[in-house]
Unconditional design. Structure first.
Length: 374
């Protein structure tokens, strides 16, 4: 077996994240038990599986070359959807390739990003059924806008002749590993219309204006609040906390992850940040629609045949919450998380104690993706 670039098995135990989780996860789990209720089984399974990921003693595949007689042992991976950088990176690459080659048609695409109020993020983080209902409501409002626009621009007799499409990725994290449930939708930058022979023909539509975005996000906000009210959920009701009722320990971690505060430190304290001073940029034109704590951005467009841009955008949608190269261990035993893009106040590095980093990882769940094609 002679390869120009021979396979090098990764040593999972030598990574900074593995060392942090192995050292601090038992303490976080014990502390959660003292809060009145142990963390749910899915949290324990995610961490326990990660600590076995890539280790030969927990299972491996033997690969034999009949030509040269050489054997290779490849350790099993955890296949986790939570925070494992290796499994998350592989799933990102495979998912982006699958979307580009098998799912997305060769037409222009536009990315619509929908962010939610903090109270709603907290509810959706651990209620999959409600999350699906909210994401479907949001994408249907975008489809409604595209159909109305197509009828006006193309002169269609009815909106039902305009057929939009989208792929929606649910991301549950922000750049600082905070719990931030939001939606990234790759939407066709136009609609399909059936011709006289029943064959679909694609027509690109003009980009949405700021007034359009404000109108769409207002409709999304109203429709989502209506869905919540039908289910008896009121965001203003601070006494009703379904997450805390099911598991108070998980609720404590989730609330801290949403606010960006410390779990084991003083109440309301935040991690230490390294700043370069405020970033002074020229005033930018407002481009996102806003309504009732919801925001909508649709600035990014990719052309029909730009495969590189399309795949990069798909990878962005499916990226894992943590890249190995962004995490560093400091001399005083803390962990420095390097931000990919500095914040507006100049923050570019956040320092976490080990237990706080593990608690931040435990307070969020995995990424998900769904299709909304018509």
């Amino acid at each position: 077996m002679h390869l120009a670039f021979p396979y090098q098995a990764r040593d999972a135990t030598r990574t900074i994240l593995f060392g942090c989780v192995a050292l601090h996860w038992p303490r976080v789990a014990r502390q959660a038990g003292r809060w009145g209720h142990p963390l749910p089984g899915f949290v324990h399974r995610e961490f326990d599986s990660y600590l076995k990921c890539g280790l030969l003693e927990y299972g491996f595949a033997r690969i034999h070359c009949h030509g040269c007689g050489e054997d290779r042992l490849v350790a099993f991976s955890c296949k986790g959807r939570g925070f494992c950088p290796s499994c998350g990176g592989r799933r990102m690459v495979e998912g982006a390739t699958w979307l580009c080659e098998r799912v997305l048609p060769a037409v222009p695409l536009r990315q619509w990003v929908i962010t939610l109020p903090r109270a709603l993020r907290y509810l959706l983080a651990y209620d999959g059924k409600l999350l699906r209902a909210v994401s479907r409501t949001a994408i249907l409002e975008i489809f409604r806008f595209l159909r109305l626009q197509a009828r006006r621009v193309l002169g269609l007799a009815s909106t039902r002749f305009a057929l939009p499409g989208s792929v929606v990725a649910v991301q549950r994290f922000g750049s600082s590993l905070n719990l931030n449930v939001h939606f990234h939708a790759l939407v066709l930058a136009g609609v399909y219309v059936l011709d006289a022979f029943g064959a679909p023909a694609f027509f690109e539509l003009p980009p949405p204006t700021l007034a359009d975005l404000n109108l769409v996000i207002a409709r999304i906000a109203a429709s989502v609040l209506a869905v919540l009210q039908r289910k008896g959920i009121w965001l203003e009701d601070t006494d009703d906390d379904p997450v805390a009722e099911r598991n108070p320990s998980l609720a404590t971690l989730a609330q801290a992850a949403i606010r960006g505060t410390l779990v084991f430190g003083p109440a309301g304290a935040k991690p230490v940040c390294l700043k370069n001073g405020p970033i002074r940029e020229p005033a930018q034109v407002e481009r996102a629609g806003k309504a009732l704590g919801f925001t909508l951005d649709a600035e990014v467009r990719v052309s029909a045949h730009n495969r590189l841009h399309r795949e990069r955008l798909c990878r962005y949608l499916l990226r894992p919450p943590l890249a190995k190269g962004r995490l560093h261990e400091t001399t005083d035993g803390k962990y420095a998380l390097e931000l990919k893009t500095p914040w507006s106040d100049g923050t570019r590095v956040i320092f976490f104690p080990g237990d706080e980093l593990v608690a931040r990882l435990a307070g969020r769940r995995q990424l998900g993706m769904c299709a909304a094609l018509e």
